[in-house]
Ligand binder design. Structure first.
Ligand code: 3H9
Length: 719
């Protein structure tokens, strides 16, 4: 709702009241309409101020209303009525004015912002455009280039930046509402014609066509199939080329197209999923709201390879004191230099001082004795990690949390090396660790809710999206990657090329196809793991046994490449060829094509024509099937956890919501039917066998994803 009061005798004050972010729900819109009518009809009132309660102007349209029947007064005419009002209306912006919230402020005649406020039009991140006049008013107020930047990226700007753009008229460090009320008294009675943004001409640079062309090209390149950024450019172009009313008509048409696209549904699901993962729970019943974290002041990182360096930077940048330990003298010197460089570059970008003094380096594990939490990031080798955990347990003060950055090893085995296994959890960062948003917090059977809560909170403080997951081989992300990689290799055996498989996956929206990604991360990483698992048979040549391991189909293609020293980008050869080692420009490699031909001939495999659909279905549905198994096993508490991990950690296209949400858009029955089909064709590939949970969901009528947890609970209780 919105509360109306009269202040200082002549100012009508409208306060938006809809906690927590004063979203513009039907009740709020009705409140604004009623309050405006009152303010305009009361002769004593000479001007109006609109503000939000609890120091927040507004987080925009109420996203929860999008799925259902719209009720209450619509936003667009409401904002037009404010702009057309005969008395000056001043927006008092505290906290945030986002999306529809900023559009409401743009309908006001003046905008006063607190210096700590942030404003923006983030609709594009929800698969929409600023559809309450924002796409037409913003370019008229701040010019086409700046408006294109804000609307196509959805980025927020500080009050100071907003002032520079001319987006707000004044900023203040004092009580914004009081300042706005005084301002409103001052401007009462002044003419308003020059204050109505919809009447402004849209100022364009002389080369505006070139600008739109360039922006459109950039947006298409980075959108990876998302349609909202393109619609945003089209809407701003309408502002630049059409009279306001026609521009509004174009905004409405584009908005209608976006609203009916599946993409906005996926992105809205994703918005709520990001918040849902913070409400973690463990199979023991421990939960986010009943488990208190312990404060961490000082942390340590053990092992300063690529991951350890990134983790050290992430911690220092967030203000933590860090003890960074590397036992090899040469590595330590190199790491020091690299970390300082990363901190300096980051600080320059953010316009702050580099946090160099937050880090103390050491070459001895004894130097971590007094820290509150340790993150071990040594080489991915169980024996080595066990030794480190034994040492840490002996050295650290009582109560220190011991965390491992392993990407898939058994947390329980590490916990068993320590005196306090309840203080051990996994903190699986993704490379580069100071950039990538995802953190898997892995709890073992002995991990305490205190340890999980502390790791989750630490993740939040260093700007990560943290997801609590159970302990199993590969946790959630890498466990699901396995069948995906496996299918990609089988497709090569059956006739596809790496370029074709990658092209299909990139057209789907992945930043990188599976083979380009393998080349980037290094083929030798998986090779070592497979060797440790006893899967690699060196110099394997022919015979059915070569393609069968431990009773299931196996492709030795990756192993054969590694035997040739083809480890990917770092060696200049992998699934592709590169100009030189370390280069990132992948080119198809004729050698690889003949190698595949010879391989098929040796194994009497007849190459067949494989189409887009088969690549997508086999790679994605086998991965999704593993996701259902993960839910069934209780490794992830809900589908949102999996989807967040895949979007933030594995470049799954956000506008498709994540693998589990994507399954709902395909239709669970179709996913099941196709898995059955492929499993029949490949009975020696267990990852294609549909899992029980998927069957149960289909049998119970494919409920919406928000209801899956109930079915999962039932399935688990039957186990
Ligand atoms: C729009 O405006 C369209 C128009 O152009 C045109 C229409 C015709 N609605 O994030 P938090 C909930 S599109 C409903 O944890 P923070 C959120 O789910 C909108 N609910 O807090 C959470 O609920 P719960 C454009 C909303 O302090 C709670 O509030 N606006 C909305 O870290 C707290 O949120 C946006 O895209 C909403 N608009 O961050 C802004 N916003 O506690 C979206 C939040 O049950 N919002 N909730 O989990 C945000 O970016 C952040 O929430 C914000 C606060 C920065 C505001």
């Amino acid at each position: 709702m919105a509360q109306y009061t009269r202040v200082s005798g002549s100012v009508g004050l409208i306060t938006l009241q809809s906690p927590p972010v004063n979203a513009l729900s039907a009740a709020v819109r009705q409140g604004i309409v009623d309050s405006m009518q009152r303010a305009l009809s009361e002769p004593e009132v000479k001007s109006v101020v609109i503000c939000g309660q609890n120091g927040i102007f507004s987080g925009g349209a109420d996203i929860k209303e999008f799925g259902g029947q719209m009720s209450g007064p619509p936003l667009i005419p409401m904002i037009h009525a404010i702009e057309a009002a005969s008395k000056p209306v001043v927006a008092a912006i505290e906290g945030i004015a986002l999306g529809g919230g900023l559009e409401l402020a743009l309908g006001c005649h003046y905008r006063i912002a607190h210096s700590k406020a942030r404003v923006g039009l983030p609709e594009v991140t929800l698969g929409l455009l600023p559809g309450a006049g924002g796409s037409q008013r913003l370019p008229r107020l701040i010019g086409v280039p700046a408006a294109l930047d804000l609307i196509t990226t959805g980025r927020y700007v500080t009050a100071a930046e907003a002032l520079k753009f001319g987006l707000v008229d004044q900023i203040t460090d004092h009580n914004t509402v009081n300042v706005a009320v005084k301002f409103a008294q001052r401007v009462a009675g002044q003419p308003l014609d020059a204050r109505r943004i919809s009447t402004y001409p849209c100022l364009c640079p002389p080369d505006v066509d070139v600008l739109f062309e360039e922006v459109m090209q950039r947006v298409r390149r980075t959108a990876r199939g998302a349609i909202a950024p393109i619609a945003c450019v089209q809407a701003v172009r309408a502002a630049a080329t059409l009279p306001y009313n026609q521009g509004m008509e174009r905004e409405r048409e584009l908005m209608a197209t976006l609203f009916t696209s599946g993409q906005t549904r996926a992105l809205q699901y994703f918005f709520f999923a990001q918040r849902a993962v913070g409400r973690w729970s463990m199979p023991s019943g421990a939960r986010w709201d009943t488990s208190k974290p312990r404060p961490v002041h000082k942390a340590a990182v053990i092992g300063l390879g690529t991951m350890g360096r990134g983790i050290t930077v992430a911690l220092a940048q967030a203000g933590f004191s860090v003890v960074a330990v590397e036992t090899q003298e040469k590595q330590l010197m190199e790491a020091k230099q690299a970390i300082s460089g990363m901190l300096e570059r980051g600080a320059k970008r953010r316009g702050v001082a580099p946090a160099l003094d937050k880090i103390n380096y050491g070459c001895n594990i004894q130097s971590v004795a007094d820290v509150d939490l340790v993150i071990e990031a040594v080489f991915e080798d169980m024996a080595l990690k066990k030794k480190v955990f034994q040492q840490l347990s002996a050295v650290c003060k009582a109560g220190t949390f011991l965390c491992s950055n392993t990407s898939g090893l058994d947390i329980d085995q590490l916990a068993c090396q320590t005196r306090n296994p309840e203080l051990v959890v996994g903190m699986h960062f993704f490379a580069p660790a100071h950039v990538m948003k995802l953190l898997e917090v892995v709890y073992g059977p002995k991990s305490s809710p205190l340890a999980v809560a502390t790791a989750m909170q630490l993740g939040k403080k260093i700007g990560k999206v943290s997801v609590a997951v159970g302990n199993c081989r590969g946790f959630v992300g890498n466990r699901m990657l396995k069948p995906y990689l496996e299918q990609a290799l089988f497709l090569l055996e059956e006739g596809a090329t790496p370029e074709f498989v990658d092209q299909v996956l990139e057209e789907f929206g992945f930043a990188m196809g599976v083979f380009r990604m393998s080349d980037l991360s290094g083929l030798d990483v998986g090779w070592k793991v497979r060797m440790a698992d006893g899967l690699v048979v060196p110099n394997s040549t022919t015979g059915q046994a070569t393609r069968l391991r431990q009773g299931r189909r196996y492709s030795p293609l990756g192993d054969l490449l590694c035997e040739q020293g083809r480890f990917g980008q770092k060696t200049g050869r992998g699934w592709y060829q590169y100009n030189k080692p370390g280069s990132q420009v992948a080119k198809p490699d004729p050698w690889l094509h003949s190698f595949l031909d010879e391989y098929r001939a040796r194994h009497t495999l007849v190459a067949r024509r494989i189409d887009h659909q088969e690549v997508l279905e086999r790679c994605l549905y086998s991965m999704i099937n593993e996701g259902f198994r993960i839910l069934e096993d209780g490794i992830a508490a809900g589908p949102e956890d999996i989807d967040i991990i895949y979007v933030f950690g594995y470049s799954w296209p956000r506008h498709r919501g994540g693998p589990m949400f994507y399954a709902t858009t395909v239709g669970l029955n179709k996913v099941l039917e196709r898995l059955e089909h492929y499993h029949q064709a490949h009975p020696d590939v267990p990852s294609l066998q549909p899992c029980d949970l998927l069957r149960k969901l289909v049998a119970s009528g494919s409920p919406p994803i928000q209801k899956w947890r109930e079915v999962i609970k039932k399935v688990r209780s039957q186990l």
